[in-house]
Write a new protein. Structure first.
Length: 102
């Protein structure tokens, strides 16, 4: 099945601690149904020094579940669901809210 949310999409968080936040998708993990969104679900990880890194407290984004995010509609900027249509012989992702191609 085709991916409804892809890397680089602008998404809005629907539920949880970061509700209402928006950011770009950095990574998608289809097997776990999770995505990493820039600036959302930020965690601090304490790491030991190693040959590759100096160690210390590292801040990074943790993955969140796909059901907690929605693609931002290109027309009005509100959350929308994603559908698929065939336009000019190409299968494209379409915003259900406005009908715009994503």
């Amino acid at each position: 099945m085709a991916a409804k949310i892809k890397k680089g999409d602008r998404v809005i968080v629907l539920t949880g601690r970061d509700k209402g936040a928006e950011g770009d998708v950095l990574a998608v993990f289809p097997k776990e149904d999770r995505v990493t969104v820039q600036g959302v679900n930020v965690i601090k990880r304490h790491t030991k020094p190693s040959q590759q890194s100096a160690g210390g407290i590292i801040t990074r984004e943790a993955p969140i579940h796909l059901s907690n995010v929605a693609v931002k509609d290109p027309k009005d900027g509100k959350p929308t669901r994603v559908g698929f249509e065939v336009r000019d012989g190409q299968k494209v992702r379409v915003a259900k809210r406005s009908g715009e191609v994503i």
